[in-house]
Design a protein around this ligand. Structure first.
Ligand SMILES: Cc1cc2nc3c(=O)[nH]c(=O)nc-3n(C[C@H](O)[C@H](O)[C@H](O)COP(=O)(O)OP(=O)(O)OC[C@H]3O[C@@H](n4cnc5c(N)ncnc54)[C@H](O)[C@@H]3O)c2cc1C
Length: 248
């Protein structure tokens, strides 16, 4: 078996992999699709970890690192991906319930520190590790104060909106700040407008106490928002980041 230590590629990673079955696919937004898979017996992971998901494409076997978007407390595994024209994404969009794919064992070190308030800051597809963590904290009845700052281009691009609203309804310790940079002609919006900018982060940091700040998503987004929060006085030792390498 080929040795391969990149985040994605056509060589099969050396790690063991397991076959799992597609249960459901769903368009979360016009550009983001979720895919729910069976959870293998004994598969244990921490909220926010990732796996490598392997698909057969015309060019061979292709695999990508993907954060698990469902909580360890659920009896299925869910992932969500931003659409693109890559062979991997095209193959993924063709999957149907009953199809088999392979996943590696969980990996990654982006742990949720449940004994400290947590502030999750992300945009678009970067929501996946935070879905897992927020779902886990809610299912487990944790009283950790959590804030999610979730930015998107438009209201119809807010992934998992219904599920997030339900989690905020169940979990009295969860606050969600949604913001979009442009309106959508079809959907009403009673949340914020604008990018996640210095003013918004200033407000969050002012009320954040000694919270841990978690950033996830494309490297450019994580680096830009992380730098803003640091400039607002949050020490680096309270900042955690998960880079979705492969996106610009
Ligand atoms: C720890 C970790 C967790 C991650 N979690 C997630 C997650 O939860 N969700 C998620 O979506 N991603 C996640 N990623 C990123 C993921 O692994 C991919 O890198 C990312 O989805 C881009 O893959 P792609 O197949 O769209 O593009 P790539 O194959 O990397 O190609 C890059 C770009 O080139 C274009 N392109 C490629 N091939 C073609 C072609 N033949 N024709 C036209 N255009 C082409 C595509 O439009 C694409 O935008 C994670 C990464 C890491 C490291």
């Amino acid at each position: 078996m080929a040795q391969h230590d990149q985040q994605q590629g056509t060589a099969v990673p050396a790690a063991d992999s397991t076959s799992v079955t597609v249960l459901e696919t769903k368009d979360q937004t016009p550009t983001i699709r979720s895919i729910r898979l069976t959870k293998p017996a004994g598969f244990s992971f921490q909220a926010s970890q990732s796996v490598r998901l392997m698909l057969d494409v015309k060019e061979g076997r292709d695999w990508h690192a993907l954060s698990i978007a469902s909580a360890p407390t659920r009896d299925y595994l869910e992932f969500a991906l931003r659409n693109s024209e890559s062979p991997f994404k095209r193959a993924l969009y063709l999957l149907e319930p009953g199809d088999e794919v392979r996943i590696t064992s969980p990996r990654g070190h982006f742990p949720f520190e449940s004994d400290r308030p947590g502030i999750f800051i992300t945009g678009g597809i970067g929501i996946t590790p935070f879905m897992s963590t927020i779902e886990y904290a809610t299912d487990s009845g944790l009283s950790t104060p959590l804030t999610l700052v979730y930015g998107n281009r438009s209201p119809d691009e807010v992934a998992y909106k219904g599920q997030l609203d339900e989690l905020a309804h169940t979990n009295g310790h969860l606050r969600i700040i949604y913001t979009v940079s442009q309106p959508s002609p079809k959907l009403s919006w009673d949340h914020r407008f604008g990018h996640i900018d210095r003013d918004l982060l200033d407000e969050v940091v002012a009320g954040g106490g000694d919270a841990i700040y978690y950033f996830a998503g494309p490297p450019s987004l994580v680096s830009e928002l992380g730098q803003l929060v640091e400039a607002l006085g949050v020490p680096r030792e309270r900042i955690r980041s998960e880079l979705f390498r492969g996106y610009p």
